[in-house]
Write a protein that binds this ligand. Structure first.
Ligand SMILES: C[S@@+](CC[C@H](N)C(=O)[O-])C[C@H]1O[C@@H](n2cnc3c(N)ncnc32)[C@H](O)[C@@H]1O
Length: 216
């Protein structure tokens, strides 16, 4: 739990720069948003975990009935609230909460989203289990996560150095797409789709869509 608290401070410090930095692969991001929206409908209630500054939540909200977007960082949520107000977005609620903490509305979401989050979670399995509990039977867990074990092995050396100079959070997990897909399935989900949306030759970010079985 200590790492989670430490990371909230890290992300609080990082928030304004994170908000100002442009998305590196906009075409890949648009593919992800489009694919995500294709699974959603106007009647849906959607939960986003680790929503950051709300960029994706604000893209998804116009396509659904209600959006609850949470993040461990109060500063990220403050920026997301500013952006939601600027955008005049009325069907979004933004809340400070760790991704592995149960939401009061458990069992009431049609979809749970987690973008660029699972490799940062202290307890990834708890986040996946939490998503399962938050969903209605038949609901979808949609995630896109960097699989650091698929990147150059130098990243394993770089992360501790970046951590020492305050440029990386305390939790950064290394896994590949196969491991992550297995973990999601082990959480009780049926895998609907896995994909890579990046524009480059090799994209380490795995997009996963998984369904909570209807009879559960
Ligand atoms: C790389 S950013 C991604 C933000 C956003 N999902 C996106 O794709 O732009 C990671 C976010 O996860 C949040 N985060 C990290 N650990 C978390 C946790 N245990 N629970 C909830 N949010 C967490 C951070 O505060 C940060 O906003």
């Amino acid at each position: 739990m200590q790492a989670t608290i430490g990371d909230a401070r890290f992300w609080d410090r990082a928030a304004r720069k994170y908000a100002a930095d442009p998305i590196k692969d906009m075409a890949g991001y648009e593919r992800t948003v489009d694919r995500c929206v294709s699974y959603l409908s106007k009647d849906d209630a959607v939960l986003e975990l680790g929503c950051g500054t709300g960029t994706t939540a604000l893209r998804i909200a116009p396509h659904v009935r209600h959006m609850l977007a949470t993040d461990i960082s109060a500063e990220m949520i403050a920026i997301a609230r500013e952006r939601a107000a600027q955008a005049g977005c009325r069907n979004i609620e933004l809340r400070v909460a760790p991704a592995d903490e149960a939401v009061a509305e458990a069992g009431s979401f049609d979809a749970v989203l987690a973008f660029n989050l699972l490799h940062l979670a202290v307890d990834r399995r708890a986040v996946i289990e939490g998503a399962w509990r938050a969903l209605k039977p038949g609901g979808l867990f949609i995630s896109k996560t960097t699989c650091l074990a698929e990147m150059t092995s130098l990243i394993r050396l770089a992360v501790p150095v970046m951590r020492v100079i305050g440029k990386a959070p305390s939790v950064v997990a290394f896994f590949d797409g196969v491991e992550l897909t297995k973990e999601v399935a082990a959480g009780g989900f049926e895998i609907v789709e896995t994909a890579r949306h990046g524009s480059g030759r090799k994209d380490p970010r795995l997009f996963v869509v998984a369904r909570k079985p209807a009879a559960s």
